[in-house]
Design a protein around this ligand. Structure first.
Ligand SMILES: [Fe+2]
Ligand SMILES: [Fe+2]
Length: 275
């Protein structure tokens, strides 16, 4: 089973750039073109929040018109740059499977892995949380299928990554959330976005990973000096491969407008014996 993870596209109005400089709409389109050319094709795509750049309905609609070009089905959870009402009005019942527009937590069934989407946003805050209601929902889902391999997707990583966006902005109720996660050995990973950098960490018996942004990459600064800075030189996404051996292998894929390669090894060492 293959899952493409698109994160933090930060989509703008048509003809505009995020922060006046980031061609985020074009970058998302470039990643989708790349995903559509993968062989084999992903079974589905998970979009881990910050769909819009400024919580606007128009931006959310633009995101839908770009995401609809994906060949595979896709599903969305909110980030701190999204307005949940706007997300619901554009994606509700289609790419968001929850029944309540104020409670965007849901399960995707029908695949080799059970996939659970969780809303980690906090009203008017950049940081995240696991709400009591979200945690109750998760606990109920995990008890229903305690042996089926399960993947959780959410916007905020529940761990401190030595970055402003996690350590200073924070994540409320991380400890309680972690205690629940630790009770279930079938959770293969918790895949997140928000920090615009790929990371992996062992946490409460599972892997917490974060994806690059399709929009712009954070400059890695472990000194946590404000303000944060970003780079424009690449766009990227994650490909999670759940193998026949039931291992989850995560590939970070950067997409460049002008790819120099691929070069076949054989053509570049013709006089050497291949082993
Ligand atoms: Fe973001
Ligand atoms: Fe975010």
């Amino acid at each position: 089973m293959l899952i493409a993870q698109i994160s933090d596209p930060h989509i703008t109005e048509i003809g505009e750039k995020a922060y006046n400089i980031v061609p985020s709409n074009d970058n998302l389109a470039l990643c989708i073109k790349h995903i559509n050319q993968l062989e084999p094709q992903p079974d589905l795509a998970l979009i881990t929040g910050d769909i819009a750049n400024d919580k606007k309905l128009e931006q959310t609609k633009n995101a839908a018109s770009i995401l609809d070009n994906l060949n595979c089905p896709y599903y969305i959870i909110p980030g701190n740059h999204d307005d949940k009402q706007a997300l619901w009005s554009v994606f509700g019942g289609k790419a968001i499977l929850s029944k309540d527009k104020n409670f965007i937590n849901y399960v995707i069934d029908g695949y080799k892995m059970r996939i659970i989407g969780l809303d980690s946003t906090k009203e008017n805050a950049a940081g995240g949380q696991m709400s009591q209601a979200g945690q109750q929902f998760l606990g109920k889902c995990l008890i229903e299928e305690p042996h089926k391999p399960t993947l959780i997707f959410m916007h905020h990583p529940p761990i401190k990554c030595s970055l402003i966006e996690t350590d200073i902005d924070g994540f409320d109720r991380a400890e309680e959330f972690g205690e629940l996660i630790a009770k279930f050995s079938n959770i293969k990973a918790i895949i997140c976005g928000h920090i615009h950098l790929p990371t992996n960490s062992l946490w409460n018996g599972t892997i917490v990973s974060t994806a690059p942004s399709t929009g712009m990459q954070l400059r890695l600064d472990l000194s946590m000096k404000k303000p944060s800075e970003f780079y424009l030189n690449k766009t990227g996404y994650q490909l999670h491969h759940f193998t026949k051996q039931q291992n989850l292998i995560t590939h970070t894929i950067y997409v460049h407008k002008n790819n120099d390669g691929p070069y076949p090894f054989i053509e570049h060492r013709p006089n050497q014996e291949l082993k």
